[in-house]
Design a protein around this ligand. Sequence first.
Ligand code: MRU
Length: 362
Amino acid sequence: MKIDGTPYRSIWVDETDGWSVRIIDQTKLPWSVDLVRLTTLEEMAHAIKAMLVRGAPLIGASAAYGVALAMRTDASDAALAQALDVLGTTRPTAINLRWALQRMGELLQKLEPSARIGAAYAEAAKICDEDVAVNEAIGRNGLALIQEKAKTGKRVNVLTHCNAGWIATVDWGTALAPIYMAHDSGVNVHVWVEETRPRNQGASLTAWELSKHGVPHTVIADNAGGHYMQHGEVDLVIVGTDRVTRQGDVCNKIGTYLKALAARDNGVPFWVALPSSTVDWTIRDGVSEIPIEERAASEVTTMTGRAMDGSIATVRIVPTSSPAANPAFDVTPARLVTGLITERGLCDATEAALTEMFSDLA
Ligand code: MRU
């Protein structure tokens, strides 16, 4: 997608040296577009952990390049094992991390150390290119849902939570891909963007993306989604996901479950957009089997924003004596999910439908 007319992906190899990796520091958005150069395994692990890069598909692509950077320093068996270990423990919930590392590991373990650097860069680039193609297909498949709603002739209102746009992937996004395509093809689409406390991925990232692309949108407090559904102001919900189980339970940013409950109560379709690399075929019950990342309490007790003088300021909003808890994700049971938007088409959130559509992976 473009930033002020210039096409970007969210991660790429620096064209001047041909080996270091460039990312957009997402902790600086929406205030500035900082392109950060990463040169080591440790820098990439930090970028994932500290959420300079985030979003399940981008976490996977970043980890793949982290392995390539590690191989450049030391391509021995021990260094490969260490890189897979270090990157594998950066964030626990998004399954794309494990998927990408498994793919890198299986390929590189078969090769002599001397062949590993080139192969690692080539595989990471392949993962990125595939991600772009897969998200484009998700966009095309989800577009039909928005076009169907547009047949009434009225504005189509889509509600989304967190950020599942192009900067959460390599390009296009998952939940936002159908929205970009609808907008580009002339559909009158408007997005309710939930702010997504505590990290505010909706307010800071989704709103930034949609603004840059000219898509009409309104940022709302997380608690406002149910209200708009009750008043007929939401035609469909589309969210991304960090892990889907083989029976169709959906793990996504904290607060997603409440939106699914409100959607069910109001008869609003609740769709989840995902690449097949986000399905964890090894588990069924999301609530008991998906590890939920517990992040720092300071993300809840503080807020960061731009002060009137232009400086970035973090302020505390909770009494200093009050503790806080910060689970980063929750699980929406499959029964609340209308369906899944995948690269191969729309699919019920059931084990039967998923294993039929992805019989080669399940
Ligand atoms: O903690 P984050 O910002 O990495 O969480 C991201 C989300 O929950 C996204 O909705 C999800 O990864 C889907 S991204 C296409």
